[in-house]
Design a protein around this ligand. Structure first.
Ligand code: C2O
Length: 540
């Protein structure tokens, strides 16, 4: 193992997309940002220096950060943000993980442009459990707004209404050639040679949309998601939620030609405005003239739930001798969390007629603290959070339908955490409430991978549903979609002391309060405690 050092300078950069130019916040002037490479067991030091007017923090999405919560990155959860003119060195060791993840800003809506690939190669000399690819290519999917993204969300918070949807999706920074009202832009070109196998490291860094991804004339063999190996399977189309990553092998089994690559939105219930923008790129065989017509493919319709389900239902842990699926079998904490939207009073929200859209978990809309929860926990600062996050919803909702008697759409506000003993096991059922409208929520847990043991539509039934759980080879990941009007059950071992954020990875829902944190106590043994904070940890 070695030490990998990176310098991330947060700078503004004028960037042109969709025929218009705006200054965006970037790392080192790049969109998407630089790819960070490391190997399993390496220590990574990233010196982040902030040169912009916004406070900044960076999250290494999916890195376990065992005992190093100080390097996790969510602003006001594990650190105070880095103010303009200051630096912070994120210092973490990659333990027991290899694969594709992403890094991104974890404050405001800066993630829109501050994100990039995080590639963890296996230890030197250790092969992949699949054929060695000829080349590997990160494919970063994202969204682009013509307006300033901070203005988009601020306007929504002032009005109480939903923010505007993006003007385009992007593949490695470009919307591609079929963009409404701006035909002149070239898309990302994936140059390949015939007769080889390529590994695509596909990342959804979009703020608010799950995406379909497909390539004309080529099948994708899925070998890994969220930096965990899966049993390989072949598909035409992948579905990928914000925060998720998928490694796919493609074999260039054509002699020549150009093939369309398409990334398009998946929304099983369009609560927000319908959005049909498809980002395109080209898979370009070497020697093919640029005048050769491109072989097209049509993306699935936006509401193609069947296509999405057939992909996610095919995911299984590799569960080999080397990579066993260590699913917790005995459960210490059995939790049921509802996730969904609500409406709270807002006297100043004129456009929202005196109310604003909010989101909640178990009816609690999380209120961000003004100092980081992890600091408050480590230094025993009282009055920052309470440990009474409810383990069950307050009402007997008919989750997939309307409201129960004597309840309203309003949520309660609080900065509450759910406390777990070191090495306790958790089963968490995430249930979409569907009260305003059912919606798919990609929920991300910091600090852990979890096993997705069950999934269903309608209301979770604690008596019958567990009988159908997969406790043998369920997929292991860090971000999972709660199906629209349904539920997922996940299990994890609380073996990482600290404070760990959990939230919907649709940024608008995080902003609205669909977030909470787990507090995992220190263990009693050696190497079972949170390490002390680094000297340069920013203060609030
Ligand atoms: Cu990728 Cu808390 O986020």
């Amino acid at each position: 193992s070695r030490v990998r050092q990176y310098k991330f300078n947060v700078v503004l950069r004028n960037t042109t997309r969709l025929c218009s130019t705006k200054p965006i916040v970037t790392i080192n002037g790049r969109f998407p940002g630089p790819t960070l490479y490391a190997r399993e067991d390496d220590t990574v030091l990233v010196k982040v220096t902030n040169h912009v007017q916004y406070n900044v923090s960076i999250h290494w999405h999916g890195i376990r950060q065992i005992r190093t919560g100080w390097a996790d990155g969510p602003a006001y959860i594990t650190q105070c943000p880095i103010p303009q003119g200051q630096s912070y060195v994120y210092n973490f060791t990659i333990t027991g993980q290899r694969g594709t993840l992403l890094w991104h800003a974890h404050i405001l809506w800066l993630r829109a442009t501050v994100h990039g690939a995080l590639v963890i190669l296996p230890k030197r000399g250790v092969p992949y459990p699949f054929p060695t690819p000829y080349k590997e290519v990160p494919v970063v999917l994202a969204e682009w707004w013509k307006s300033d993204t901070e203005a988009v969300i601020n306007e929504a918070l002032t009005s109480g209404l939903a923010p505007n949807v993006s003007d385009a999706h992007t593949i490695n920074g470009h919307p591609g050639s079929v963009t409404p009202n701006c035909s002149s832009q070239g898309g990302f070109k994936l140059s390949v040679e015939s007769g080889k196998t390529y590994l695509l490291r596909i990342i959804n860094a979009a703020l608010n949309e799950e995406l379909f991804f497909k390539i004309a004339g080529h099948k994708l063999t899925i070998v890994e998601v969220d930096a965990t190996y899966v049993k390989p399977f072949t598909t035409d189309t992948i579905v990928i939620a914000p925060g998720q990553t998928t490694n796919a092998l493609i074999t260039t089994n054509q002699n020549s030609g150009k093939y369309l690559v398409a990334a398009s939105p998946f929304m099983d219930t369009p609560v927000v405005a319908v959005d049909n923008n498809t980002a395109t790129a080209t898979l370009h065989y070497s020697g093919t003239l640029s005048s050769t017509p491109t072989t097209l493919t049509s993306p699935p319709p936006q509401n193609a739930t069947q296509v999405a389900n057939s992909f996610t239902d095919s995911l299984r842990s590799l569960n080999s001798k080397t990579f066993p699926a260590k699913v917790p079998l005995k459960i210490d904490h059995s939790l049921l969390f509802t996730v969904g939207l609500g409406i709270n009073p807002c006297p100043s929200c004129i456009a929202g007629n005196g109310s604003r859209a909010v989101a909640s978990i178990n009816n609690v809309t999380f209120v961000m603290p003004t100092i980081a929860l992890l600091q408050a926990h480590f230094f025993n600062t009282s009055g920052v959070f309470t440990t009474d996050f409810p383990g069950n919803p307050p009402n007997a909702f008919n989750y997939s339908g309307g409201l129960p008697a004597n309840s309203s759409l309003a949520t309660t506000n609080g900065t509450k955490v759910y406390r777990l003993a070191y090495n306790s096991t958790v089963q968490l059922v995430l249930q979409d409430t569907g009260i305003i409208a059912p919606e798919n929520h990609p929920v991300h847990l910091h600090g852990f991978n979890f096993f997705a043991v069950g999934k269903g539509l309608g209301n979770y039934n604690p008596k019958t549903d567990p009988k159908n759980f997969n406790l043998v080879d369920p997929v292991e990941r860090n971000t999972i979609s709660v199906p629209s009007g349904g539920w997922v059950a996940i299990r994890f071992l609380a073996d990482n002391p600290g404070v760990w954020f959990m939230h919907c990875h649709l940024e608008v829902h995080t902003t609205w309060g669909l977030k909470m944190a787990f507090l995992v106590d220190n263990g009693k043994g050696p190497n079972q405690s949170l390490l002390p904070p680094p000297k340069d940890l920013p203060t609030c």
